[in-house]
Write a protein that binds this ligand. Structure first.
Ligand code: HEM
Length: 398
């Protein structure tokens, strides 16, 4: 995760990664140099790319680099963590037409136009969960009582999963989840049991799920009916990132604004139309995908002046390089951050995330202008070993 220059002192947290970022235990702030070969905790070597130009080149080049992975080709990762084979429907780990078929199937529901049409609903969901948080009294946990239920209900609304029925169980299951290989490809966790059950239920009666998942169950994939295991895999790839990434991005955004940019927090209350620019600037400064994205070369390819051999891994760091961060300047053009990745796998949920962050921040700033941390930031417990940066709990008062 990138840190806004002022945050290092504002948070007064010890630097853990050697680079000053208070939340990344493993990744130092990138210096904008060329590819550097490093060995990950599990002994797998990888070319670490920190220059946006190199990162873009790799993520856009699906001829030279693959997203596939598995026990035969273990990606660089932490020591002692088993690498699981890709499960059905996990299309982020597919290439070419196998990947494209899913993107086409899902693109409409996740489009900017479709998500924008649901902006008022996101605001209503945010108001509802803020009401509940305020009712329970101070201090409250902004992660568990606001950010997570807001993300959960918003993504369920888009997928057509009735939140009144499934929400409580989802909150239970997805709190604390991560998005590493083992989390996405597991088959034997309570999340997997739940999603298999959900997929069977949707297939049995798609009409009870009036949205994307019900539609896939009713009409199948373009060329064939969908299997329960595939539907469970797709549900997992939408529900897990849909819960985890926006929750932590929203929480870290609030922490950042309160600690380093309180004037911008106050401005959100009086100028909600400015929220999209503030969100974009937060994404320029905060990259929750703290361990970057991995790809494997399938042929010898030159990147950033270095020859990456067929079979070698690259790790694409998404953080804005320190030299390009600048001061907190909402409205900067052009917007160049890589928070949502790049190329054909660029985040499917980016429009939903933007709407969720803009709505979630505006409602919070308008309703709780005196919001502040109830715990000294250095006492927040970081998700330091997770692929998605964040804090486990964020006690706040107002
Ligand atoms: C702030 C929030 C989010 C961030 C920072 C984020 C970041 C990313 C990144 C960097 C990728 C690229 C992965 C790769 O190239 O290997 C990605 C892919 C993806 N994200 Fe997100 N994400 C967020 C929210 C969401 C949400 C809300 C959803 C779903 C509801 C979602 C669903 C997906 C899916 C399905 C992919 C795979 C796309 C593909 O392979 O074509 N994400 N995300």
């Amino acid at each position: 995760m990138t840190v806004i220059p002022t945050l290092g002192t504002a948070f007064e947290l010890p630097a853990t990664g050697g680079g000053g970022c208070p939340y990344a235990a493993t990744v130092p702030l990138p210096a904008a140099g060329g590819p550097v070969f490093t060995v990950a905790g599990n002994g797998v070597g990888t070319w670490r790319l920190t220059r946006p130009v190199d990162v873009r080149a790799v993520l856009a080049d699906t001829v030279s680099f693959t997203s596939r992975r598995g026990p035969q080709d273990p990606p660089p990762g932490p020591a002692g963590r088993e690498v699981l084979p890709t499960i059905d429907g996990m299309f982020v780990q597919h290439d070419g037409s196998a990947h494209l078929a899913y993107r086409r199937l899902l693109a409409h529901e996740f489009s900017d136009m479709r998500v924008s049409a649901g902006a008022a609903r996101i605001t209503a969901i945010a108001e509802k969960h803020l009401d509940a948080m305020v009712r329970t009294g101070k201090p409250a946990d902004l992660v568990g009582q606001y950010a997570l239920p807001l993300a959960s209900e918003a993504v369920c609304a888009l997928l057509g999963v009735p939140w009144e029925v499934h929400g409580p169980r989802m909150l239970d299951l997805f709190a604390g989840q991560d998005l590493g290989n083992a989390d996405l490809n597991s088959t034997a966790t309570p999340v997997d049991d739940y999603l298999r059950h959900l997929a069977r239920d949707i297939l049995a009666d798609p009409a009870r799920y009036p949205g994307l998942l019900g539609r896939i169950a009713a009409h199948g994939l373009p060329d064939r009916p969908v299997e329960a295991s595939e539907l469970a895999g797709v549900a997992k790839l939408l529900l897990m990132p849909g819960h985890v990434s926006p929750t932590h991005m929203l929480t870290l955004s609030v922490l950042t604004l309160l600690q380093a940019e309180p004037a911008w927090y106050a401005k959100l209350a009086s100028d909600p139309d400015g929220a999209p620019d503030v969100v974009e600037e937060l994404l320029h400064h905060i990259t929750v995908k703290q361990q970057g994205l991995t790809r494997r070369a399938v042929r010898d390819t030159e990147v950033g002046g270095v020859l990456i051999r067929a079979g070698q891994w690259v790790t694409c760091v998404l953080d804005t390089p320190a030299a390009e961060l600048g001061a907190f300047t909402p409205g900067r053009t052009p917007v160049t951050h890589l928070a949502f990745g790049h190329g054909p796998h660029q985040c499917l949920g980016q429009h939903l995330s933007r709407a969720l962050l803009a709505g979630g921040l505006s409602v919070l700033a308008r309703r709780l202008p005196a919001l502040r941390p109830a715990t000294a930031p250095e006492h927040l417990s970081r998700r330091a070993t997770h692929t998605v940066a964040g804090v486990a709990r964020f006690p706040v008062t107002w």
